[in-house]
Design a protein. Structure first.
Length: 366
């Protein structure tokens, strides 16, 4: 399990630019219009932003250039033209466009942020950090710029500077995934596993579709010896991103850790190593725990099987049975309904279906 794998997070500048695109489009010039801007220029800039969001670069460029014809000193279309050039891979042209936008409007936070993202990608950290700091000075509530400045400090080796920005970022928006992820990565770098675990647990709660949160949580659970929780977290990462190779590798290693703690699961570890995406070994381990009446562990494994294959009929049924025994009525109903939906044309499950239908009626009536 390679801790450097977690730093997929650091391949961020391109994605930051993507986030900047959306921000620019949504703001499309709420803060940079003055009384000298022609109404037609604003309209064409709006269309430019929309076309850019749709990936229609030629149409977007034409609209931005029309906006400039109406108002040559209007900064927003120059900023959008810079984003168009980034999408085309013309980085030097993009830099020129962002600088033109800033020359026309020196408090243009988005243009500073976009310019900083380019230099962050080039690893020119001093200049990049300066641009992000300038954007924040103009607009202290600009979350994207704080995300980028935190990342810039992290790249430059300034852990405290990065931490400060991520904490401010979370004060502005506690659900900002990248800032929570950044704090977790800082904790991993410091080998503070418990603090890292806390950050990644909060990340998976706030951003349940972020596979890196589950992957890093898997790693931290592994480091503190919580092997079964590590398995569950890696399964969570794979459920979101099935081709997450590092998560598959860590899943196997987490199961090996479990095997050392519980020799009975050893026979299934080899199956997982051969095919980490196969739900069947997880179902089998669940049945093993069910026989031992270790219902929490059994349920976790049945749910792992479902995450890997939402059409695993028996995993839904076994989960429903355990949830019912735990008096988790709403979840029992949900799991039974899904089971009946999957098994409706299969006569071999008639007894299972009868139980589920009966329990759903009873629970709903109650």
């Amino acid at each position: 399990m390679n801790p450097k794998d977690r730093m997929d997070f650091l391949g961020r500048p391109v994605r930051m630019i993507g986030a900047v695109v959306l921000f620019s489009m949504l703001s499309a010039c709420a803060m940079c219009v003055d009384n000298t801007v022609h109404e037609q220029a604003i309209g064409h800039a709006d269309f430019c932003a929309r076309y850019l969001q749709e990936g229609k670069l030629t149409e977007a460029e034409a609209r931005c250039k029309l906006a400039i014809e109406y108002s040559p000193k209007y900064a927003e279309p120059y900023n959008l033209l810079g984003l168009i050039e980034i999408n085309r891979g013309h980085i030097e042209l993009a830099i020129g466009r962002f600088k033109e936008a800033i020359s026309l409007k020196n408090d243009f936070a988005e243009a500073y942020n976009n310019l900083g993202a380019i230099f962050l990608d080039r690893r020119e950290y001093d200049f990049a950090c300066d641009q992000f700091a300038e954007a924040i000075e103009i607009d202290p509530g600009y979350v994207n710029a704080r995300v980028n400045l935190g990342l810039c400090h992290l790249y430059a080796g300034d852990a405290q500077g990065a931490r400060n920005e991520y904490l401010k970022c979370l004060e502005l928006n506690p659900s900002t995934c990248d800032c929570r992820l950044g704090l977790g990565v800082l904790s991993l770098n410091a080998e503070d596993w418990n603090e890292a675990k806390s950050h990644f647990e909060k990340l998976t709660e706030a951003c349940p579709q972020n596979p890196q949160g589950f992957y890093n949580l898997c790693w931290t659970y592994y480091k503190v010896g919580r092997c079964e929780d590590a398995v569950r977290a890696c399964i969570g990462a794979l459920a979101i991103k099935p081709d997450y190779i590092e998560a598959r590798q860590n899943l196997t290693q987490s199961y090996q850790c479990m095997a050392l703690q519980d020799g009975a699961v050893k026979e299934y570890v080899a199956e997982i190593q051969r095919n980490p995406g196969d739900p069947e070994p997880h179902y089998n381990i669940g049945m093993l725990y069910k026989e031992r009446k270790d219902l929490n562990r059994a349920l976790n494994e049945f749910l792992n099987a479902i995450k890997l294959d939402d059409r695993h009929v028996l995993a839904h049924f076994e989960s429903a049975k355990i949830l019912d025994s735990m008096l988790r009525s709403a979840e029992t109903v949900q799991m039974c309904r899904r089971f009946v939906e999957l098994a409706q044309d299969d006569t071999q499950y008639s007894k299972h279906k009868a139980w589920c239908v009966g329990r759903v009626k009873a629970l709903q009536f109650r």
